[in-house]
Design a protein around this ligand. Structure first.
Ligand code: KIV
Ligand code: NA
Length: 265
C-alpha cells in the first residue's frame, strides 16, 4: 500500500480529491480506521474528553498524548498520523514548543503535529518547522482557548474575526504548514479560506467548500451520546449495540447460559 504523505495530501487538493480524516486514540480502533482506508488519523487532544472523561481538552498532558500517539502509530500502515500538541506545551514559549514537538516525534513516530492558533503562536510554528517537523494548523473554534470565549458556538461570524482567520491561514501557509483544520465556522468562510491558500483545509463544521472533513470517531460511531452539534453525522448507534451485547452477556452469566459445554476445557 502507498502511504499517505503531506505531499500526497497537497496533490489531492490540486486534483480536487477530498481528504478523509478521523480521530483515533488507541491501537485497535486505529487499525480498523486505517484498514478502512482513511487518509489521515488525528490523535486529537479530544482524547481528554473521550478517553479521560474531562470536560475540556485542557487537562490532558504531553505524556498522555504520547501514550495515545504511540499506540495509534503502531496500527497505521497507510494513513498519515498527526498528534495534537496539548494545552500548555507550546503557547508563549517557542523553545518549549520545539522540545514538546520533538518528544512527540521521537516517542510516537508520528508524521506530524497539530497546534491551535495563528499569529499568536507563529514563533512556535517557525521553530518547530525549522526542525523539519511537519505542522497541521488549527483555526476557528479552538477548544484549548475555551476559557477565553466561554462557549463552543460558531466562530468568525463577524467580519473582523473572519478577516483575522483568513490572515492567520495565509500566515500558517507562508510559514510552511502542510494543512489547516478549520473548526465550526460559516461554510462560506470555510470555502473562502480554502480558495485563499494552496494547502489543504480540513473542516469540522466548516461546510462542504473545504478540501476535506474530520470528525471525532466516537461521535460519528455513536459511542458518545450527549454531544450533538449540527455538523455531526452519526454513521452508527454503537452505544446501543455495545449496551445490548453487554446486557446479553450479563444475562447469560446470571442464567448460567455462559459458558456452554463447548466453551469449557
Ligand atoms: O482533538 C480533536 O479531535 C481535534 C479535531 C476535532 C479536529 O482537534
Ligand atoms: Na484537538
Amino acid at each position: 500500500i502507498k502511504r499517505v504523505t503531506t505531499h500526497v495530501l497537497s496533490e489531492m487538493k490540486l486534483k480536487g480529491e477530498k481528504i478523509s480524516m478521523l480521530t483515533s486514540y488507541d491501537y485497535s480502533m486505529a487499525k480498523l480506521v486505517d484498514e478502512a482506508g482513511i487518509d489521515v488519523i488525528l490523535v486529537g487532544d479530544s482524547a481528554s474528553n473521550v478517553m479521560l472523561g474531562n470536560e475540556t481538552t485542557l487537562p490532558i498532558t504531553l505524556d498522555q498524548m504520547i501514550y495515545h500517539g504511540a499506540s495509534v502509530v503502531k496500527a497505521a500502515n497507510r494513513a498519515l498520523v498527526v498528534v495534537d500538541l496539548p494545552f500548555g506545551t507550546y503557547q508563549g514559549n517557542s523553545k518549549k514548543a520545539l522540545s514538546s514537538a520533538i518528544r512527540i516525534m521521537k516517542e510516537t513516530a508520528a508524521d506530524a503535529v497539530k497546534l491551535e492558533g495563528g499569529k499568536e503562536i507563529i514563533e512556535s510554528v517557525d521553530r518547530i518547522l525549522s526542525a523539519g517537523i511537519p505542522i497541521m494548523g488549527h483555526l476557528g473554534l479552538m477548544p484549548q482557548s475555551i476559557h477565553k470565549y466561554g462557549t463552543y458556538t460558531v466562530r468568525a461570524k463577524q467580519e473582523a474575526e473572519a478577516e483575522k482567520l483568513i490572515e492567520d491561514a495565509k500566515l500558517l501557509e507562508e510559514a510552511g504548514c502542510f494543512a489547516i483544520v478549520l473548526e465550526k465556522i460559516p461554510a462560506a468562510l470555510g470555502q473562502k479560506v480554502a480558495e485563499s491558500v494552496k494547502i489543504p483545509i480540513i473542516g469540522i463544521g466548516a461546510g462542504g467548500g473545504v478540501d476535506g472533513q474530520v470528525l471525532v470517531i466516537h461521535d460519528m460511531l455513536g459511542i458518545t451520546q450527549e454531544f450533538s452539534p449540527r455538523f455531526l453525522r452519526r454513521y452508527h448507534n454503537l452505544a446501543a449495540e455495545i449496551k445490548g451485547a453487554v446486557g446479553s452477556y450479563i444475562e447469560d452469566v446470571k442464567s448460567r447460559n455462559f459458558p456452554s459445554e463447548r466453551e469449557q476445557y
